[in-house]
Every structure is written in C-alpha cells, then in structure tokens.
Design a protein around this ligand. Structure first.
Ligand code: 2IT
Length: 446
C-alpha cells in the first residue's frame, strides 16, 4: 500500500471507526484512484476524493410503528444523500436487520460511481432501516412504511432524491411508501422508481438488475471470443436479482445449477428453468427467506449452511449480499476452472477474493459495473414519468442493453493494461472522472 493511500485510509477509519463496510468500499476505490490522481494533479488540488467520501447529507430518524397485537416498536432509519453533482440523489432503500449507517454509507458511495457509469444523469444515495421484514405481516410492513414516510417525504422530490427498492424492499413496500408520499404532498410525481406498472412503473424494471448482470457477463466473455451459450452458471440468492439473472441466463442458452438463501444452497443439475424460475417468486413472497423449499418441491440436493461457490461452474454470479464470497470461495472458483464472475449484489466479494480473481486473470466485474442495470432502468422510469409516457418492454430492454454495453466499454477504456481488463480499476476511474469533473466545474462548494 502506498503511503498516500495508507494515510488517507487512516483518516477515514479514525473519523468513523465503526463502519468497516464503508472503509472496505472506500479502500477499493481509493486503491484504483491513487495512481490516477497522482498523474492528474487537478484532482489532488481540488481535494476531490476527500470531498467524495463525505456524504452531502445524512438524515437519521426514528420510525415508531404498531404491530398486529397493538404493541409499539421503534426502528432507526436513514437516508444517505451522498453526491448530487450529476443529478438528483438516486438509490434504493434496504430493510434488513443488519443495516447500520456504515452499511448505507458503503452502498451510497458505491451508488455514486455506479450511477455515473450508467450514462444517465443520476447522483448517488441510499437509505434504509434495521427493520426486519422476515415474519412480519402485510399490515405491519405497511404501517412501518407509512411511519417511515412521515419523516422521509420532506427530504425527497423528483428532482431532489428518488429512492427505489433493495434487499427487503420490493414493489409492495414501494407501493406503501409512494402512497404515503402522495397523500402527504398532494402531488403525483415520479419520486420512487420500481413502482407498479399501473402507476408509473417501467416495464423491465423488476428484471433489469439480473438481466444486466448477464448482459455484462456476455460482454466480458465476448472480449475472449466466447459467450453465455452452453455455460454452467452458479448463482447465489433467490431474490429479485437472482431471478432476473436466472431468466436471462436461460434465454442466452446457459444452465443455472445453484440458488442460495441464508439457510444454504440447492444444486439442480438439470438447471433452474421454466416453472422452477416462477417458484423463486413464490419463495420470495412467502417471506420465509429459505431456499430449502426449492429442494423439497423439486427433489434436488440441499446443502445446509453452505454457499454455492464450491460447485464447479463456468460463470459465477453472486446475487445475495455484501461479503458473501471470501478468499476460500474464490480459491474454489479458481481451482474449479471458473472463467467469469459477474456480481449482482453490491460488494459481494471480499477484497482478498477480488485480488485472487484479478491475479488469475478471470473476467471479474464488480457490482458497481455489472449490477448497474437496475438503477439504469430506474433512470429510464424517471424519464418516462417526466414525459408522462410509457415505453414498451422491447424499447426498455433495448436501452438497457445499450447502457450495459456502454458501461463495459468505459471499463475497458479505463481499466485495460497489457491486454487484461481490470474492471475494478476501469469502473472506479470512469465513474470518478465524470463526478469529479462535474464537482470541479461547479466550484469548491460542491
Ligand atoms: O443497488 C442498486 O443499484 C439498487 N438497489 C437500485 C437503485 C435504484 O435506484 O434503482
């Protein structure tokens, strides 16, 4: 580690010692950027990186809510408004028992770079709560969402901050939050994305993140004269991202052999296809957070407490949660001859795992590049809302493919050295240039 990088990280850690995920996300970006910033003194002179790691604003508030028995609970919620240099704050809301301010700062920081890569004018933000939706009734989830919006509404707006879904937040929760927002401000406006189809939601938004992960893998494989056709794919998770990635893998002639949950993973040698893909939606709607249900229903093997990275495959798509793939998993992937890792989750691979992929010259894409399809179609949803029109599925899917290609091209342009594309460096540098240049042009107060 260079001295400049070590000093920079020391400062970040001293300021917020209890935010390890944020330190991890910043370190990965800073490591890519330090040589670039040294070579381009205008960024150093403007102290840009130090400015970018500090959120423009953090809102933290209590969310009291009443359960079905009439008891009152309280959760803590946040919105991290990280950077608005290139557009309104944009990023999802996460409801998960482990959510802390540090988690949301890491996600908001990643989102700034991701959104810059999409080519669309969106700044970066993220929000959420330590509310645990597992096992809660629909009424409880609704009352929680409504209480949360009674505070959050005043910080949002179609040109200010536009949230969406993330882990624990799907169309149902967005419906409750959007409904509350509309009632309070007495205005129909595109202030959330991922909305229902009847009320402003874009076609393909539910599929977009997973489709994008596969489109990005296809682009990476293409650089080596290869494609998704005939590939064995190991996927983790069984939620929204895993579902879209499984569908598109099937479309492109690949076979998905694993899914996973907090309880373990399933191995389906015949491939997750047809009605089995639809069953993923049922598992999610059941609110049990268990993938074993798939094994019970379709009679395939279930490996309790294990992760799918021990399975031999060609392409790996971690689509569950941060740090779900560590150095031992990465060793398994390399030893099993894996050629491509396209991340669907945000920061699913630990830094040691990422280094091993790069040392072994795998086609490895960090989430901020490969999972940007979701927020890209969110951007397209904002456009449709602003224009009061709807595009067809074909039109949106075509735009999504154009955007994923454009992200891939930026990574290749900024991350290729000696014939190998380091997508981490490429995505960090390309995203940084757009945001940093915008901040410099807008003056030192930004
Ligand atoms: O991590 C992500 O990019 C998201 N959860 C989607 C954000 C969005 O605004 O669609």
């Amino acid at each position: 580690m260079s001295e400049a990088l070590a000093k920079f990280m020391e400062k970040i850690k001293a300021k917020d010692p209890d935010q390890p995920e944020f330190h991890q996300a910043v370190y990965e970006v800073a490591e890519s950027l330090m040589p670039f910033i040294e070579a381009n003194p205008k960024y150093k002179k403007a102290n840009i990186l130090e400015r970018m790691v500090e959120p423009e604003r953090v809102i933290m508030f209590r969310v009291p809510w009443v359960d079905d028995k009439g008891e009152i609970h309280v959760n803590r919620a946040y919105r991290v408004q990280m950077n608005s240099a290139i557009g309104p704050y944009k990023g999802g809301m996460r409801f998960h028992r482990n959510v802390t301010l540090g988690t949301l700062k890491f996600l908001a920081f990643e989102q700034v770079f991701k959104n810059a890569l999409t080519t669309l004018p969106m700044g970066g933000g993220k929000g959420g709560s330590d509310f645990d939706p597992i096992g809660k009734s629909e009424g409880e989830v609704m009352r929680f969402c409504q209480s949360l919006m009674m505070e959050l509404y005043r910080h949002l707006g179609p040109n200010t901050d536009v949230p969406a879904g993330d882990i624990g937040v799907g169309a149902r929760e967005i419906g409750f939050m959007f409904g509350a927002y509309k009632k309070i401000v007495n205005e129909w406006t595109g202030v959330f994305t991922g909305k229902g189809r009847n009320w402003g939601g874009s076609r393909i938004r539910p599929e977009a993140t997973g489709f994008g992960v596969v489109y990005f893998a296809e682009e990476m494989l293409k650089t080596r004269g290869d494609s998704m056709e005939g590939k064995i794919v190991a996927i983790s998770g069984f939620g929204n991202v895993a579902w879209g990635a499984t569908r598109k893998s099937n479309d492109l002639g690949a076979k998905v052999v694993t899914l996973s949950g907090p309880d373990g993973y399933i191995y389906d040698p015949d491939g997750v296809k047809g009605e089995k893909i639809d069953f993923m939606l049922e598992m999610r709607a059941s609110n049990r957070d268990k993938v074993q249900d798939y094994a019970d229903k379709f009679g395939v093997q279930f490996f309790p407490g294990k992760r799918p990275w021990e399975v031999k495959a060609d392409v790996y798509m971690p689509c569950a949660i941060q740090n779900e793939l560590d150095i031992n998993d990465a060793k398994n992937i390399v030893n099993n001859g894996g050629i491509c890792v396209s991340e669907g989750a945000n920061m699913p691979s630990t830094p040691e795992a990422v280094n091993l992929f790069i040392q072994n010259k795998l086609l490895y894409a960090p989430g901020k590049a490969s999972n940007a399809g979701g927020v890209s179609v969110s951007g397209l949803e904002m456009t449709q809302n602003a224009m009061h029109i709807y595009w067809t599925s074909e039109e949106v899917d075509k735009q999504l493919q154009i955007i994923m290609k454009a992200i891939h091209e930026q990574c290749v342009e900024h991350g290729t050295k000696d014939g190998y594309t380091n997508y981490v460096n490429g995505s960090n540098i390309a995203g940084f240039i757009k945001v940093a240049d915008s901040m410099i042009e807008q003056g030192p107060l930004s």
